[in-house]
Design a protein around this ligand. Structure first.
Ligand SMILES: CC(C)(COP(=O)(O)OP(=O)(O)OC[C@H]1O[C@@H](n2cnc3c(N)ncnc32)[C@H](O)[C@@H]1OP(=O)(O)O)[C@@H](O)C(=O)NCCC(=O)NCCS
Length: 173
């Protein structure tokens, strides 16, 4: 089922602009219809800039992965050495972003990208992954459950000026 031409690889620093464009596009495609346009625009303009992506790509503690099919980028994931509030303690690594292009959902790419995410986290000595997912995002929450994540609480995620409620999910490695 997984496309034979699938390849997961680290994003290069010189690809910061491409990563920022993919991140903004996939966020807008996934959540645009459910958000106020001004809040969405503010979020995109402040979060997914080439400069911020370059900063992450230059930070050896951060991981950014592209999923490509036959050389075409179809998704990405980013992991940061960040703690939730309240902190979970040593050994936690945040899966901050995990997005596919809409045309590639349900085609077996997400599980392979998650395998690569877990492999990276284990290699760095992490004992578990954590993430937050919007409570209305049932598809993503179901996918994370399939991958071994379990809900452990809720938290606030701000899109522009709009505070939204996310599930906090944990996955032992
Ligand atoms: C999250 C994401 C990467 C998962 O990849 P995917 O290819 O969709 O994942 P899968 O198809 O393997 O799994 C999705 C599961 O949700 C189920 N599902 C689909 N729509 C659903 C819905 N509305 N409610 C509940 N479950 C749903 C699917 O049936 C499948 O479960 P199953 O395998 O038990 O049938 C992808 O959907 C995506 O990029 N979404 C947009 C961006 C996003 O939301 N990112 C996460 C931000 S936290």
């Amino acid at each position: 089922m997984t496309p034979p031409g699938l390849r997961i690889r680290p994003v290069r620093v010189e690809e910061a602009t491409e990563l920022a464009a993919l991140a903004a596009r996939t966020f807008r495609d996934a959540f645009g219809p459910d958000n106020n346009p001004e809040d969405l625009q503010l979020h995109l303009a402040t979060t997914y800039t080439p400069d911020r992506m370059r900063e992450a790509l230059q930070d050896p503690e951060c991981t950014s992965l592209f999923a490509e099919v036959d050389g075409v980028t179809v998704g990405y994931a980013q992991l940061f050495p960040r703690q939730p509030d309240p902190p979970l303690g040593d050994g936690a690594r945040m899966l901050s972003r995990f997005y596919l292009e809409q045309g590639w959902l349900g085609q077996g790419i997400a599980p392979r990208l998650m395998d690569a995410v877990k492999e990276d986290a284990r290699r760095r000595g992490a004992r578990y992954l954590w993430l937050t997912v919007w409570q209305q995002n049932h598809r993503a929450a179901r996918f994370y459950e399939k991958c071994g994540f379990r809900t452990s609480g809720s938290t606030t995620f701000i899109v522009g000026n709009d505070p939204q409620t996310d599930w906090l999910m944990l996955c032992p490695l």
